[in-house]
Design a protein around this ligand. Structure first.
Ligand code: FEO
Ligand code: CA
Ligand code: CA
Ligand code: CA
Length: 598
């Protein structure tokens, strides 16, 4: 149902004010309850969470991971009627972790790491599949369910699509370049039209180190470390292959003697079928290799190609579109549709038109531009492994850090958050503010029968009270009910409400006019925006999904208390008191049992 044709206003709740409470705030008439925090026992021997941080690596492999992020509720009947709103699989990402909070006394980074700490940290990353069910009005984990699963930074996975089998993906672990271990820094996600889960590998590059005098472009363009990995996993004191693989420096005579190509097996979208607990995750290389924030699919149309969009969340990087070679047919649709297609990068022109630029070695425009730039690609695998370079060559528009996308269910309009870009000096129409500290949301409409063209406008500029988007009768100014900064998570629900989540960090998170990170609801047609949710102290609000009846909302809280030291916590959410802070999901319901947002 479209918002413009409905009699009642799309947003029926009273907006809440900003605050800096160490708690969840929701509007009058709503309730919020923490659920499945980091460390919740999930599989195997169901090891209990230890509040002093002393769970082992083996424990963590059987517990919910850290730093909850993108999340999706798959109703138990997802593959058929997709209506069950009382039982389903809650699938979520665990992006990274705070070493200060992850072990009893933090972690000593910069020197040899105890191997079990490294094991635990790798297991704190990845994805959780959690079978949940309503018992009365409460949601519970279905303990013992065969669907409960942890996928971590160590889980074996397949590499599929054009880059599978490339010499640049060959490692000692997988000499033929078709497999790797683990997924890392899983930020946003996307549900496919065939009801599988895609998890995005975002800031994976920092987990690796390559100390060679000259890094290959596959590492350098993505900022693989030159001195150490983010958590020094390469220095695990056991020296086990599963840890030293994070050192991609050249050690042996050939690529099969070491892990120089290990970073090339990261930076992809990874498909997981939550209803197939034994299934190996599949890295889908046709969608490109970059700092994938997430992915959003256009509504699938019978007999037409599958279309999805993904942003590269790094300063001055790009927005991409994938169009499958094969057409979608509901009866036979599956992950194979993501193994072949054309990847495009977006160019936003000043006149409000846009172009999708193909990154395709069989396209003469692409090969001509590569030749002009003096860049050589061996094959399409090489193009995809070096997606950023390919988009540079084509002249795509350098964006203010593309984060999540959303597609309006009625209009097909695509919305993307651009979180901020304090490094911007040269502006353009799509990124109009220098030193863009507060970010904005862009949107576009595809042009029928023209896969290369679109029309775009800026939906909303972030900023303090008074910040105005548009001019004249179209001007919309932010107020105390909706001022925000650093938009990141984004969802448009089936009723047409846009849910906008913020990821302020540093001084913007800890100080300034916006309070704690939050979630707002917006009417995409009228641009009415109201603050709906405020998170706890030093936390990001990221990831949101609803049951099909829109009566239960799941919102993820990431890194509460991220300015803590091992002995002094800046948040105690969710337990309160003196407890160690834990990332967790929040279940939001309306007290009258109604639809969220009405
Ligand atoms: Fe993990 Fe771009 O946020
Ligand atoms: Ca994000
Ligand atoms: Ca963050
Ligand atoms: Ca972010």
């Amino acid at each position: 149902s479209s918002s413009s044709s409905s009699a009642a206003p799309l947003l029926g709740f009273a907006a809440i004010a900003t605050n800096r409470n160490d708690a969840i705030s929701v509007p009058v008439g709503y309730s919020a309850t923490a659920f499945v925090p980091w460390g919740t026992p999930l599989t195997g021997t169901m090891p209990a969470y230890k509040p002093d941080g002393s769970n082992s690596g083996a424990d963590q492999e059987q517990q919910v991971g850290a730093h909850h992020d993108g999340v999706y509720f798959f109703p138990m009947d997802a593959k058929t009627t997709h209506t069950n709103s009382s039982e389903g699989l809650l699938v979520m990402n665990h992006e990274y972790l705070d070493p200060n909070l992850f072990h009893p006394n933090g972690a000593t980074l910069g020197e040899t790491r105890p191997a079990d700490e490294v094991r635990k940290e790798i297991a704190g990353h990845g994805v959780s599949v959690i079978h949940i069910r309503k018992n009365g009005s409460n949601w519970e984990v279905v303990n013992g369910s065969p669907f409960n699963r942890r996928i971590t930074g160590a889980t074996p996975m397949d590499i599929r699509g054009p880059a599978a089998g490339s010499a640049k993906l060959a490692t000692k672990y997988s000499p033929n370049g078709t497999a790797t271990r683990g997924t890392l820094n899983n930020c946003g996600m996307g549900a496919t039209p065939w009801n599988t889960y895609l998890t995005a590998e975002e800031n994976w590059a920092g987990y690796f180190v390559n100390k060679d005098a000259t890094q290959p472009r596959e590492h350098k363009e993505y900022s693989v470390g030159t001195k150490n990995g983010r958590y020094y996993w390469e220095l695990a004191d056991s020296g086990a292959d599963e840890y030293i693989r994070f050192d991609a420096s050249t050690k042996g005579a050939t690529a099969l003697d070491d892990y120089r190509n290990e970073p090339n097996t990261f930076g992809w979208m990874v498909e997981i079928d939550p209803f197939d607990p034994e299934g190996r995750p599949q890295k889908r290389t046709a969608l490109g290799r970059f700092g994938h924030e997430g992915v959003i699919f256009a509504p699938a149309v019978e007999g037409q190609p599958v279309v999805c969009y993904s942003g590269d969340d790094s300063t001055n990087e790009y927005i991409y579109k994938f169009v499958s070679t094969d057409n979608y047919h509901k009866a036979t649709a599956g992950g194979y549709l993501l193994n072949s297609g054309v990847l495009y990068a977006a160019k936003f022109n000043a006149d409000g038109t846009g172009e999708w630029l193909p990154l395709d070695i069989t396209n003469s425009d692409f090969t001509a531009k590569a030749a002009t730039a003096g860049v050589t690609f061996a094959d399409q695998a090489d193009v995809l492994i070096n997606t950023r370079l390919a988009a540079d060559i084509m002249g795509a528009t350098k964006m203010d850090r593309p984060e999540w996308g959303a597609v309006h269910p009625d209009t097909g309009e695509v919305y993307f958050t651009l979180t901020n870009n304090t490094g911007r000096t040269t502006t353009d129409a799509a990124n109009p503010r220098p030193n863009n500290t507060t970010g904005h949301i862009i949107r576009w409409r595809e042009i029928a029968n023209n896969p290369r063209g679109f029309n775009w406008d800026i939906f909303l500029l972030g900023g303090d009270v008074g910040t105005t988007t548009g001019s004249g009768s179209n001007a919309v100014a932010l107020t105390a009910e909706n001022h925000f900064a650093s938009p990141d998570g984004l969802l448009i629900d089936t009723r047409g409400v846009a849910w906008i989540q913020t990821d302020m960090s540093g001084s913007q998170q800890s100080d300034g006019p916006f309070g704690n990170n939050q979630m707002l609801a917006a009417d995409p047609v009228t641009k009415e925006v109201k603050r709906f949710f405020v998170g706890p102290v030093d936390a990001e609000v990221t990831g949101v999904t609803l049951t099909p009846d829109l009566k239960t909302m799941f919102v993820n809280i990431q890194h509460p208390g991220d300015r803590s030291t091992p002995s002094s916590f800046t948040s105690h959410w969710p337990e309160g008191g003196t407890a160690r802070p834990r990332s967790a999901t929040v279940i939001v319901t309306k007290n009258d049992g109604g639809i969220i947002g009405t």
